[in-house]
Design a protein around this ligand. Structure first.
Ligand SMILES: [Zn+2]
Length: 331
């Protein structure tokens, strides 16, 4: 897609969508090439020869080489978004920008995954599935080159281009330091993995402390709904223009799923996040399933309906808050 127009003597942001292959079930990642100076990539794909070749070929279609890239704006430090950043930097000496809360992930993904494995054990993932998860995480490590040099950016930072600007918006939820990039004149939002149009919300466990992914995610969506966005340019899939319908669909899903999870907890006494996730989605990757369940449990805890406990063997379990049961009995 090409956007190129003149407004009041200034050219507005000119961008192209580059679909870069990944080995993950999600399929291609959309990287965005900003052709205004300084030449910029928003995200840059996984660390595979195929992705590098695809990126190089697509840049060439626009008369550019890897060496022409001056900066890379990372939405978040997952392998499909920043795995190739070190390599592009090596060819181009481009500056790589990301939020400080993504630094640990970008610099040492092995440690990040090791900590997540530990959390999954506390959340009830049985040993055989932990072993499978360990192998899956190990496989993922091949698709990232650790990032050694980068620049840290904060919410509100403005990137200035020849005739255009991009504003950084911190939107935690999918990742704790997830950033969107907003172009004010045309009201475009480069949204990374914040809104993917999928059935499950794209939230994930963070390993350094228990973040409230879904609570953050809902706050991030509220922040975006006030921007009057005309087009969302996501990290995967097609652009979305009917933002309000999308937000409504998300809100409906939340209500239904929250009730479903509360009903399971009510029927079980004490239950681990893993057991809830495997009841709801027996075939799903349990990293995603447990992340999703914890998100809804955080909402239920905030509403005073559910309580968290830890067993002697350090398993995290949830149960209905006694007051809620009492209330129901009275009613
Ligand atoms: Zn992604």
């Amino acid at each position: 897609m090409v956007m190129d127009k003149i407004q009041g003597g200034y050219s507005i942001l000119t961008y192209e969508t580059l679909g870069i292959p990944t080995p993950f079930p999600v399929g291609n990642i959309n990287c965005y090439l900003i052709k205004n100076e300084p030449i910029t990539l928003i995200d840059c794909g996984v660390y595979t020869p195929k992705a590098l070749e695809s990126l190089t070929d697509q840049l060439r279609n626009f008369g550019l080489e890897l060496g022409d890239v001056k900066q890379i704006l990372i939405t978040h430090a997952h392998p499909d978004h920043c795995g190739l950043a070190s390599v592009v930097k090596k060819y181009s000496n481009a500056k790589v920008y990301l939020h400080e809360k993504e630094i640990n992930k970008a610099m040492d993904r092995a440690e990040h995954l090791k900590r997540i494995e530990l959390h999954l054990a506390y959340y009830g993932l049985p040993e055989d599935l932990r072993h499978e998860m360990h192998n899956y995480f190990k496989w993922q490590l091949d698709f990232v080159q650790p990032l050694k040099k980068f620049e840290v950016i904060e919410d509100g930072h403005i990137f200035t281009f020849d005739g255009a600007e991009l504003q950084v918006i911190l939107t935690p939820g999918h990742a704790i330091g997830h950033l969107c990039y907003f172009e004010k004149s045309d009201r475009l939002l480069f949204s990374g993995d914040l809104m993917l149009g999928s059935l499950l919300e794209p939230i994930s466990i963070e390993p350094y402390r228990r973040e409230r992914g879904l609570v953050d995610y809902i706050e991030s969506l509220k922040k975006l709904s006030s921007l009057n966005i005309s087009l969302i340019l996501p990290g995967h899939g097609k652009p979305m223009s009917d933002i309000e319908a999308h937000l409504k669909r998300i809100a409906n899903n939340h209500q239904q799923r929250k009730k479903q999870i509360l009903d399971i907890i009510k029927g079980e006494g004490k239950i681990t996040p893993f057991r809830i996730a495997s009841r709801l989605w027996p075939k799903l990757n349990m990293f995603l399933g447990i992340s999703e369940v914890l998100g809804y449990i955080d909402l239920l805890i905030m509403e005073g309906k559910v309580q968290e406990d830890q067993t002697e063997s350090r398993l995290i379990v949830f149960h209905v808050k006694p007051f809620d049961t009492l209330n129901e009995n009275i009613v």
